[in-house]
Write a protein of this length. Structure first.
Length: 365
């Protein structure tokens, strides 16, 4: 909340200004009325004195006029005090109307300073505060999402690092205690686990970097055929060893898209790498459709209930198999982040004739 002294000063200032304005106005009104009535009475007396005695007003009439004058004074003064009271009420109401959103804004900022991001400040009817409150609510929402992501990443990384770290520590401790022989094979296991940790760090850096670039995608005209050929050349040996071929099925004029070429290349790379490692198929195809493109393999595919989970961080269909092949479960999570950064939607479905796995990318309309 606003400091009490600040809120009090604002309230007092508004009330004082309102009252001074009313008092000043009332004073002028009373003074003007008094002057006009006095002039009127003076003029009336002069006129009556100039009249013959038989034409002068009766004493009762004179008393009535004097009573009217007194009533006019009383009414004017009463009205002035009522106006001052009304000004006081209005001043307090306006002050409260202004200080309430200020208090809410201050409270919201204090909560953000205390790393409490689950806040929603009610949007006020006061136009001057609406934009500020909406911006603060948006900031709190983004900070809350970032905090959730941070906590999830810490939890995921801790879980994923536990296995290789435990393996390395166990192997080294066994060698130091003389329980295990320091053979080349054993050091190779240690090296593999250390390499796995290094790859995990690299993948996590890529994942967080891509997430942070959502609003800074450098788009240009990208030739999907060109990016595809570059990835094919990169994986030529691995694909040949796995007995996998590559194919393109672009419809005329649909190989050009507006995207970040480096991100698109990373997207294709991750899907191709995933297919080579796990699909057990013989062909990987890239093609276009009316509002996007797809990449599919003709391998064993996945169960329908696993299709949506493929894009989750560290999700692995077969954990033991993925660890043996070096998979971290981050490749497809990065694919989804790249698609999201471009405003695309991506979903995994069964491939042609129900075989294999197809990644279907749709551009925003």
């Amino acid at each position: 909340m606003l400091p009490k002294t600040t809120a009090s000063k604002i309230t007092l200032a508004i009330v004082i200004v309102s009252m001074l304005a009313l008092v000043f106005t009332s004073a002028i009104t009373v003074s003007k009325t008094h002057t006009d009535v006095a002039e009127y009475l003076q003029r009336r007396e002069e006129i009556m004195m100039a009249l013959p005695a038989n034409l002068r007003p009766a004493p009762a009439r004179i008393e009535f006029l004097e009573q009217f004058t007194r009533n006019l004074y009383t009414t004017t003064i009463t009205t002035s005090f009522l106006s001052i009271g009304f000004a006081l009420f209005v001043g307090l109401f306006v002050a409260k109307h202004i200080t309430k959103p200020l208090n809410q804004l201050t409270q919201g900022i204090k909560m953000l300073q205390q790393n409490k991001y689950k806040i929603t400040i009610p949007v006020t009817d006061t136009e001057e505060f609406q934009e500020t409150i909406e911006e603060l609510n948006y900031l709190a929402e983004q900070l809350d999402k970032a905090e959730q992501l941070r906590q999830e990443l810490i939890s995921d990384i801790s879980h994923e690092m536990k296995t290789p770290v435990t393996s390395i520590v166990g192997q080294l401790q066994g060698i130091m205690d003389g329980v295990l022989e320091p053979t080349p094979e054993r050091f190779e296991v240690i090296q593999d686990q250390a390499q796995r940790l290094s790859e995990m760090v690299d993948h996590m850096n890529d994942y967080t970097r891509i997430r942070s670039l959502h609003s800074n995608v450098e788009k240009s005209t990208v030739d999907l055929k060109e990016r595809w050929k570059k990835v094919v050349d990169l994986f030529e040996k691995e694909a040949k060893d796995a007995g996998i071929g590559f194919d393109m099925k672009f419809k005329r004029g649909r190989e050009l898209i507006n995207a970040d070429k480096h991100m698109v290349e990373r997207l294709i790379t991750n899907i191709v790498e995933n297919a080579i490692s796990y699909s057990q198929g013989t062909k990987i195809t890239i093609g276009s459709h009316r509002n996007g493109f797809y990449i599919e393999d003709n391998g064993v595919g996945v169960d329908r209930n696993q299709e949506k989970k493929l894009f989750e961080r560290f999700y692995r269909i077969d954990k033991s198999r993925n660890r043996n092949t070096g998979g971290l479960g981050l490749g497809l999570a990065i694919v989804k982040e790249i698609a999201s950064a471009h405003g695309w939607t991506v979903k995994a479905t069964s491939g042609t004739n129900g075989k294999g796995l197809r990644f279907f990318f749709s551009f925003s309309s």
